[in-house]
Design a protein around this ligand. Structure first.
Ligand code: HSE
Length: 321
């Protein structure tokens, strides 16, 4: 018995919803950008985690610690086994393989991809003992351990797909919002490292009333426009007054990129999660391709950087076998 699950990248914050909005995306050329976790049963009767095996593979495996105890997918297994024990379900020894295909500290929800693929693969392997809400809480708890604060803006879209609005309600956690089907999301990862922790530390502890009002207006106006399918309103309000003013200096020539992409016809440009990935939204392929070319030539800092033209990934985590 074996099961493999793919989990897609996501754009955290989406400019107007700091720690509150997240969007799963996938390249239009069919490339699977995200992590894959596979679970295989081991033919031994032993049942503790120490009898399980961990394998690390994929194009970005070399950036992760080689000690399995420091790997988040191994920690997923520990948390999942603990949840099984609480339900008096027998633990089976498994071989768990993480195919790490995206860079860490990219702003694309890299750790969420591993966490989500890990928990969904385990849940499938055990014939779904846990419902969506239970799994989401397990994912959030592990993400919080890793990043130091509980925010679902990557795990929720990565798991459920689409545009997710996080709610301050532990019984609901998230709400799927409508999206614009004709929009392209161009993402550019320059290949510089920006740690989420460092990008959070440079933010102020408090904000003034004017900023608070702007934040509320932008987020509420964006959500309203999504429901009314008012693309013009949605993207004219896609402005980040919470993080971008402080984080833009961490990204290479972000302001000039933003200006150029606007001139090219992009509807909005922002920082994906805590950066350094930049995203730009446009509603025609020609603008998306022109923006992709410009970003490849001007935003990337090494051959390891990449630019993808994406659409919303409405599927979220999914089995690949
Ligand atoms: N909402 C988070 C932040 C995303 O901007 O710090 C990073 O995972």
């Amino acid at each position: 018995m074996s099961v493999s699950v793919f989990a897609p990248i996501s754009i955290g914050n989406v400019s107007v919803g700091f720690d509150t909005l997240g969007l799963a995306v996938t390249p239009i050329d069919g490339t699977l950008v995200g992590d894959i976790v596979s679970i295989e049963s081991l033919s031994t009767s032993a049942s503790s985690q120490e009898d399980s095996q961990f394998v690390l593979a994929g194009s970005h495996a070399d950036k992760l610690p080689s000690n399995k105890n420091e790997n988040i997918v191994w920690r997923c297994l520990a948390a999942f086994n603990q949840a099984l024990s609480k339900q008096s379900i027998d633990i089976q020894p498994v071989k768990i393989t993480l195919e790490k295909n995206i860079p860490v500290s990219s702003g694309l929800g890299s750790s969420a991809c591993s966490v989500v693929a890990g928990f969904v693969a385990l849940n499938e392997f055990y014939n779904q003992p846990f419902d969506k809400m239970t799994l989401l809480k397990l994912m959030g708890a592990l993400e919080a351990e890793i990043s130091g604060s509980l925010h679902y803006d990557n795990v929720a879209p990565c798991y459920l797909g689409g545009l997710q609005l996080m709610l301050d309600d532990p019984e609901k956690i998230t709400q799927t919002l409508p999206t614009f089907d004709d929009c392209y999301w161009v993402i550019a990862y320059p290949d510089i490292e920006v740690s989420t922790k460092a990008a959070r530390e440079i933010l102020p502890d408090s904000y003034d009333r004017k900023t608070l009002i702007q934040f509320g207006q932008n987020l509420a106006g964006f959500v309203d426009a999504c429901y009314r399918k008012d693309k013009q309103q949605a993207f004219s309000l896609l402005k980040d007054v919470v993080a971008e003013p402080y984080r833009k200096k961490l990204l290479p020539n972000f302001e000039s990129a933003q200006q150029t992409l606007k001139e090219y016809g992009c509807l909005a440009t922002g920082i994906s999660g805590s950066g350094p990935t930049l995203f730009a939204v446009c509603d025609n392929l020609e603008t998306a391709e022109k923006s992709q070319q410009w970003l490849k030539q001007n935003y990337l800092r090494s051959d390891e950087g990449f630019v993808h033209i994406c659409k919303v990934d409405n599927s979220g985590a999914r089995k690949t076998n």
